[in-house]
Design a protein around this ligand. Structure first.
Ligand SMILES: C[S@@+](CC[C@H](N)C(=O)[O-])C[C@H]1O[C@@H](n2cnc3c(N)ncnc32)[C@H](O)[C@@H]1O
Length: 349
């Protein structure tokens, strides 16, 4: 069908749909990069330390020229990251909690991880769509997408606050009070291990991850009060059996990194490692079975397209993979976390 001639009348009389949602999509990068620039120059940390600031003091304190300082502050106020108190600008609750360096749930490392590691690939996402291949640059092709050479160390640091907050949300809804030991498969920076132990006093966690990740995680754990209850176990879940002797296994943001065949194999490996009645917990941004959303899961899936051979799967897909691996009693527990909207639970008979 040939396109309608451009009459300047919108095709169907003068009634045009509201363009605003499309404008938001087209310029979405402006929002994320305003946040990113403000975080990078230390704006929120400066304002927290100073208890707010005039524009003049801010330009002096941060060493930023007046014009960009005013533009950036105005944009941050419009975004709800800052607010004016007379002629002083102050952090809002949101930025004070999550964007001040040193805070428990400081998200700045996540913002940096997106900016420096993830977004270069997003700029070429159409290539990923056309080719069905990740478009991340790999310094060591063939070594694996999580190899030391292919992931900067700040990837795990960046993921930690997001995963800590997800773990808090999961701990509210998934009852682990009668679980004594949990194996966190691909446990990364140890965020889940720490949060789950804090919320379940009887729990011990083993973080299982690649050796170079475990080195970094071990260091982080030493800075917590949980070194007696959280340990690391270096290994490669594609090359060896998982350590046995745990009552439960957690897979948080693991299966979405891989294709279906690989994901199913990993569930078989988990099944082998669990004792009878052992629990498996798959925590992910789950896609609705009718593939209509939710938006955060759908966009995380796009992010997987950029960087991995995986995607975000539906609840129904996970139920059937778990059943095929031999697990029984699959159950979906919804919650609201930044890195997961629910967990699919099942037990080894
Ligand atoms: C997306 S991260 C999720 C980290 C953590 N579970 C969380 O939710 O924060 C995936 C993790 O799987 C780990 N991983 C990837 N391949 C692995 C392998 N072959 N053996 C063990 N861990 C692996 C990565 O190092 C990384 O920490």
């Amino acid at each position: 069908m040939s396109p309608a001639p451009n009459t300047g009348e919108g095709g169907e009389g003068d009634r045009l749909p509201d363009l605003a949602p499309l404008m938001g999509m087209a310029s979405g990068l402006w929002v994320s990069q305003t946040l990113s620039a403000a975080e990078e120059i230390g704006l929120f940390t400066f304002l927290s330390e100073e208890g707010g600031s005039s524009l003049a003091a801010l330009t002096r304190g941060l060493g930023v020229p007046e014009r960009p300082a005013e533009v950036l502050v105005t944009a941050c106020v419009a975004l709800g990251l800052l607010r004016w108190e007379d002629d002083r600008v102050v952090n809002t609750d949101l930025s004070e909690h999550y964007l001040v360096r040193g805070r428990d749930y400081y998200m700045g490392d996540y913002v940096r991880m997106l900016r420096e590691f993830v977004y270069p690939g997003w700029m070429r996402i159409a290539d990923a769509v056309r080719s069905d291949r990740p478009v991340r640059d790999e310094s060591a092709p063939g070594k694996g997408i999580f190899a030391k050479e292919n992931r900067p160390e700040f990837f795990w640091k960046g993921l930690r606050p997001l995963s800590s907050l997800t773990a808090r949300a999961l701990a509210e809804e998934v009852d682990l009070t009668s679980t004594a030991s949990l194996l966190d498969v691909g446990g990364g920076g140890g965020a889940f291990a720490v949060e789950l132990c804090r919320r379940n006093p009887g729990l011990s966690v083993t973080v299982y991850d690649l050796p170079h990740v475990c080195e970094h995680t071990r260091e982080f754990l030493l800075s917590t009060d949980l070194r007696e209850r959280v340990r690391v176990h270096p290994g490669d879940f594609f090359a060896e059996e998982l350590p046995s002797g745990h009552d439960a296994i957690l897979l948080s943001m693991i299966l979405h990194d891989w294709d279906e065949t690989t994901g199913r194999k990993l569930l078989d490996t988990c099944f082998q490692a669990l004792p009878p009645d052992g629990l498996v917990v798959v925590s992910e941004l789950l896609v609705d079975d009718d593939r209509s959303g939710p938006l955060d899961a759908a966009l995380m899936s796009m992010n997987m397209l950029v960087g991995t051979p995986g995607r975000n799967y539906t609840t129904g897909e996970y139920r059937s993979w778990l059943t095929d691996a031999g697990f029984v009693g699959t159950e979906v527990v919804p919650f609201h976390g930044p890195g997961a909207n629910g967990a699919v639970l099942a037990r080894k008979p």
